[in-house]
Ligand binder design. Sequence first.
Ligand code: NAP
Length: 279
Amino acid sequence: MKKLFAVIGDPIAHSMSPVMHNDLFSLYNIDAHYLPFQVKNDDLQAAVNGLRAIGVGGFNVTVPHKSNIIPFLDGIDELAENIGAVNTVVNEGGKLIGYNTDGPGFLKGLMTQIPTIEGKKILVIGAGGAARAIYFTLAKENPRGIDIANRTVDKASDLIQSCPYPVVSNAYSLLEAENHLADYDLIIQTTLIGMSPKTAEQPIELTNLMQQALVCDIIYNPLETQFLQDAKRKGASIQNGIDMFVFQGALAFEKWTGIFPDVIRMRDNILTQLGGNSC
Ligand code: NAP
């Protein structure tokens, strides 16, 4: 019988996950189908129970349910628990177990451009949900330090305080981060600034950027934010949000099927949907 996989969120119509996963099921001859479901906050528990009752193989969870879903699951792995957010659920013998592949997906994408982050000095801009997943994941990889800069500095301090992994970190304002920029090997932009339709904005000026730095922006619409264009002009290497999106999906697919999929094909598929070229 055909297995059901899904993504739940609100809104959900824009999600590129169905096209990406359905293409993989067909590539690997797996008799399964992946569907998007719009689920309102008040219906979340009923939706999770319904998916369990019909024997769903697994599903992704997106905004606004990544944290709220936790009490309705049967278990959660350590990283997802520490992050406080789930983006992938696996049906393990009738029990729905939550994982977070956002942070590990970002790290895997990063590894396509640099061999290791051990010893690197890192700046994360933003202190929201995505920053939290990335910060906790990178904190386990022995960087020299990871500082967090955010519009609301208290949120950056709270994030640092809540990290269970030992890492040297400071909380900064966006202006302070601009002034310290020459200290960093790797800069990761995780705020909403620069996202379509407000594409002319960037969260900080890159005047003090080191030419050898790698600058990432986890936004993928547009494919090259103002921030990445500026970094490229200053001679730095850049990475956009496609890699994180593709690798979080690849890790979810691996958890559901045991197969680590063809990420180049996934990337091309997403780029076709977005109608652009990679950077
Ligand atoms: P979130 O939890 O709402 O966090 C938003 C962050 O943006 C906060 O740090 C917030 O600062 C900051 N921010 C918002 N408006 C700002 C403004 N006008 N000026 C300065 N800072 C501002 O969002 P999220 O879930 O972390 O998502 C963040 C971004 O990551 C989105 O663009 C999302 O599409 C992208 N994302 C990409 C992937 C991927 O696979 N590539 C995965 C997840 C998310 P305050 O704390 O001061 O409010």
